[in-house]
Design a protein around this ligand. Structure first.
Ligand SMILES: *Cc1c(COP(=O)(O)O)cnc(C)c1O
Length: 405
């Protein structure tokens, strides 16, 4: 059976919950993506902050294919070298003691939230079960993680939601003080809200959150699914912020394109997941872990991270310049190579249209809500490629502004 597929095939046989761009990707290397018509695109999306070393990096391909020949899967009834190696590396790169592997960001958050409830249940009983999360946050699409996420449009309409979840405004200390209590078992936040619009956490707010979580014995969870693995110019974003959460979730970039996620936690919390309390068939897959180990080594290198910060600063500065020149951005925000350009009032709600204009120029970009153009290029993107991307973006902005007038 060799059927010819086109973009139209998507509309015929796929669920409609995605609306992909009107071309079909054929292959990709580094920052270059090629569609089935042979058209080339420069990629500033990294598969939504996943391909940290660009597409199909040679070394990663080699590691994956060698590992496929040795051991592709073995279940968690056994353990294997690759899983243990990656776990050891994650522990030594962070302030956490233990690792639980899953296959995605949502599953990592699912595990973190279940752990928080279990810790509280064991220590204080059934009544300590409240979770505090923030408006516009995004934590994935399992029913628990999506209900904890702060965008109701994603969680409404699926029947009764998991209970005892409160959403408050991000960075609002007085709202937080009013909400946290001894009944709070977990607080979850993104150091930079990604899907919610590239909104960094306020550092003063965060210090208070840390102190109050400690006071009320609530587990502080950082969702670093998007900000982690070098994205912000630090291996994990918390490492810049100077406070340590009790648990951290990571996924996206960790597998360089293969699916892997992990929950990291301090021993005093992790110990509550005793044998049989949680599990995952594929979690800790040796192929994904072999790649993960390489990624951790490569991305945690201080020189590599310094370059991410330098390229991020350069890209932000150039975006600001373009924003002023075309009067289309009011602000450029974010950390490292996770940047959001906020559209000016005149173009409010039109990030999707700008993304289309970019696409027509051969530039792949992301949005974060309808007012923010989001860029998350491969972390090893070259300065020359960034400059090329900026030329394409300028062309796109010329179209974008002209079409509107
Ligand atoms: C993408 C993302 C998730 C969900 O990850 P999946 O792998 O799609 O389940 C969770 N949290 C944050 C902050 C994300 O950016």
């Amino acid at each position: 059976m060799s059927e010819k597929v086109t973009r139209k095939t998507f509309d015929e046989v796929m669920f409609s919950c995605y609306k992909p761009m009107d071309f079909v990707i054929d292959h990709a290397h580094g920052c270059k993506v090629v569609d089935t018509q042979g058209r080339e695109y420069l990629d500033l999306t990294s598969g939504i902050a996943v391909n940290v070393l660009g597409h199909t990096p040679k070394k990663v391909v080699k590691i994956a294919s060698r590992q496929c020949e040795e051991l592709m899967h073995c279940s968690n009834i056994f353990t294997n070298k690759q899983t243990l190696t990656l776990a050891s590396k994650l522990v030594s790169q962070t302030d956490f003691d233990r690792v639980f592997f899953v296959n995605s960001g949502a599953e990592a958050n699912e595990a973190a939230l279940k752990l928080a409830r279990r810790v509280a249940f064991n220590q204080a009983g059934e009544d300590k079960n409240e979770i505090i999360a923030f408006n516009n946050s995004f934590h994935g699409r399992t029913f628990f993680s999506v209900s904890v996420g702060g965008q109701h449009k994603y969680s409404d309409g699926f029947g009764p939601k998991p209970a005892a979840i409160t959403h408050i405004a991000f960075n609002d200390l007085s709202a937080f003080k009013k909400t946290i209590s001894d009944k709070t078992c977990a607080v979850i936040l993104e150091p930079v809200q990604g899907e919610g619009g590239i909104i960094p956490v306020d550092e003063k707010f965060l210090k208070e959150v840390r102190a109050l979580c400690t006071k009320h014995h609530a587990m502080l969870i950082f969702d670093e699914v998007q900000t982690g693995v070098g994205r912000t110019g630090y291996f994990y974003a918390y490492q810049k912020l100077g406070i340590v959460p009790d648990a951290l979730t990571t996924a996206k970039g960790l597998g360089s394109g293969l699916p892997i996620g992990a929950l990291l936690a301090k021993e005093e919390f992790a110990k509550h997941f005793t044998a049989g309390t949680h599990g995952s068939t594929f979690g800790g897959n040796p192929v994904c872990c072999a790649i993960g180990s390489y990624i951790v080594d490569k991305v945690s290198d201080p020189d590599f991270l310094a370059k991410v910060r330098a390229k991020g600063a350069y890209l932000a500065e150039q975006l600001q310049k373009l924003g002023r020149q075309y009067q289309c951005f009011v602000q450029v925000r974010g950390e490292g190579l996770l940047l959001g350009a906020v559209l000016s009032k005149k173009y409010a709600g039109q990030s999707g249209r700008l993304q289309q204009c970019c696409c027509r120029q051969g530039l792949l970009t992301l949005v974060a809500g309808s007012d923010v153009l989001r860029l998350a290029p491969p972390l090893n993107i070259k300065r020359k490629e960034l400059d090329r991307a900026l030329v394409l973006l300028e062309q796109a902005l010329i179209d974008f502004v002209r079409e509107q007038d």
